[in-house]
Each structure stands twice: as structure tokens, then as C-alpha cells.
Unconditional design. Structure first.
Length: 138
């Protein structure tokens, strides 16, 4: 079984940070393993307090459910399959369907964890950065 190493997580995080810098955005990025453990976190100078929390919540959600938070957005609306998702993680572990996180999978599709990004001008920008960074998988 492939593990998400600190080296892998740093490479993914560095890619996210470089992508944000190219666009002039200030972000926070969290890389979490498949068990929900934070493997690597980085916060750029100038990023907001909210980006710290949102990047980790987004990553945790994507790792827990094995789906991007963008994909979950429609399913989290009232009357849909995962409505109430924000309360599903329990105290201290918020889940979110705000775009900005994607699962990290091995070349054979095995779930390794997730990368979450917060702080770009729009959730779609966070999603773009996380998708770019996740391509650096092991």
C-alpha cells in the first residue's frame, strides 16, 4: 500500500504555492493523508486567517469522502444526498463542500490523501490550484 510521505506532501504543497505566486494570490495549503492526519501545511505571507482553517477543512473533507469538494458542492445543497455535510465531521472537524480540495491518488487510483487550498480570490481559483498540485502525486 502506497503511503503519502512528507516529501510527497512538500512537493504537492510547493506546487500549490508556486501556482498561487504565478497569479499573485496569497494562500494556505494543507496536505492530509488518507487517515485525516495533517502531513504538511504552508501559509503564505499575506494570506488570511480564514484560509488556514478552510484549506484544512477542505482537505479533510476530500480525504474522508474521496471526492473533490467541487464535486460535492451540488450534492450538499438542500434536499440533496449530502445536505448537512458541514455538520457531518463532528466537533472540531468541520467538513465543507466549498471548492478547493481534491483527493490525491496513486497511479493505480488508490486514495492516498488530499490537498486543500484556501485564500485565492474565489473558490474556483482554490480548486484550480489544488487540481494542479495534486498532479504531483507519488
Amino acid at each position: 500500500m502506497t503511503q503519502l510521505t512528507l516529501e510527497d506532501a512538500r512537493r504537492i504543497s510547493d506546487t500549490a504555492l508556486a501556482t498561487a505566486i504565478q497569479h499573485g494570490w496569497h494562500i494556505s495549503v494543507a496536505v492530509i493523508d488518507r487517515h485525516g492526519n495533517l502531513v504538511h501545511f504552508a501559509r503564505q505571507d499575506g494570506s488570511t486567517l480564514g484560509s488556514v482553517v478552510s484549506s484544512q477543512s477542505k482537505a479533510w473533507t476530500a480525504a474522508a469522502l474521496g471526492a473533490s469538494t467541487h464535486e460535492l458542492q451540488a450534492a450538499a445543497q438542500p434536499g440533496q444526498a449530502v445536505y448537512g455535510l458541514a455538520h457531518a465531521g463532528g466537533p472540531g472537524r468541520p467538513m465543507t463542500a466549498v471548492p478547493g480540495a481534491v483527493p490525491i491518488r496513486s497511479a493505480n487510483g488508490e486514495l492516498l490523501g488530499a490537498v486543500g487550498v484556501g485564500g485565492a480570490p474565489a473558490p474556483a481559483d482554490d480548486q484550480f490550484i489544488s487540481e494542479t498540485a495534486a498532479k504531483m502525486r507519488p
